[in-house]
Design a protein around this ligand. Sequence first.
Ligand SMILES: Nc1nc2c(ncn2[C@@H]2O[C@H](COP(=O)(O)OP(=O)(O)OP(=O)(O)O)[C@@H](O)[C@H]2O)c(=O)[nH]1
Ligand SMILES: [Mg+2]
Length: 457
Amino acid sequence: MIHISTNDTIAAIATAPGMGGIAVIRVSGKDAVAIVSTIWKGKDLTSLTSHTAHLGHIVSDTGDIIDQVVVTLYRAPRSFTGEDVVEIAAHGSTWIQNEIINELVRHGCRPARGGEFSQRAFLNGKVDLAEAEGIADLIASSSRAAHRIAMSQMKGEFSSKLSTLRGQLLNFVSLLELELDFSEEEVEFADRSQLISLATEIKTIVDNLADSFSIGASIKEGIPIAIAGVTNVGKSTLLNRLLRDDKAIVSDVHGTTRDFVEDTMQINGILFRFIDTAGLRDTDDIVENIGIQRAEKKIKDASLILWVIDPTSDIAPQLERLNAADSQLSEHQQLIVIVNKADVDTLDHSLLARHDVIHLSAKTGQGITDLESKLTDIFRTQTDRHDIIVTNARHYQALLSASEALSRALDALNINLPGDLVSQDIRQAMYHLGEITGEISTDDLLGNIFANFCIGK
Ligand SMILES: Nc1nc2c(ncn2[C@@H]2O[C@H](COP(=O)(O)OP(=O)(O)OP(=O)(O)O)[C@@H](O)[C@H]2O)c(=O)[nH]1
Ligand SMILES: [Mg+2]
């Protein structure tokens, strides 16, 4: 178990590792000001007020100047961690950064562990767990969509929704538990049908939050888009065009792509993960068949499939494969038919009337922007459907557990089980919602969560 101690004063480099224009070293804890003062030459830090910045020098014990720096002072509790915090903005040489850390440690600081500043902020009630995790996601966000979700979580929108739900559940159990006190008299304070509709309503909200996870996770990692079709239709050419890179080998040999090839690309603020797959055909080649199995798995896991057709080659077997794939789509998947090679196309397009079709030339780039706008339109409406999107697997698990507990409570209400049994399940649901924000937490859980944060955060 990781022991959480907040007695020490901790220090870490808060900026990215390596050389930079400037580097920021963060110090937090009750002795932060005193310790920095021992290596500081400038105004007397102990007499300065919170939220002020000061130019001065960091000096070694022998009096040598290590660097000219700006020190910013935050007094408890008005700081990120809720403790006294001093931030030293130094020149970004790795030698200077390390020297300052060494001096701080020599004078009583302990090097901070990953996420320890955020952990202190949590323990001091400055942020709840979901908000702290939002900060980590914000730092890691690599697209506008991921940024928007992380920002909303960091600002506590998710937390306040959860606290409303917990409040409603608490009213609910209070009513049930009041009944227990009067059990002799057989009174029913809580009208069963009203309780059932309230529990159903809350469960719907919890389920919607849980449902948003699949879109949330793909926004973080890139929405998976499989590029599929028979051999030699131009799938790899399309991948390269979308990625603006020569990522996959292109040739007029059928069966060029064996293993899948993938990479992410941001289009209009949304991160997509395009996956080029092996062309589908019947073959005796063992390796190619393994590739085809992998292709089928990628198609199954994709949010959307770009099914590429080559209008210049035999269309009947292509349509056969397309219809087979189309009939195997899950309700969460979409398929767009890409009629490629528009530069040399002579196909009778009425053959594809049933499908959502885009004509383009992967080779010349003609029609690519239509495809890109179509993709962003589809996924923008998906993200807009949810006002809050869950991106964290831990939150998702807790929501599922809360939903299960609510199902049990509803079952119990429906068959008129005694109130104390219902209230147990409702309390269980509250417990799981509380896990998300950290109202319910253990040292182990906290240690696990914060250990994944970067050092200095
Ligand atoms: N004229 C024309 N040729 C294209 C176009 N797109 C691809 N090609 C050509 O079609 C051939 C096959 O392209 P690939 O991208 O390797 O096709 P693939 O679907 O990945 O093929 P496999 O990996 O074998 O399944 C190459 O000779 C490409 O140059 C296009 O838009 N127009
Ligand atoms: Mg290929």
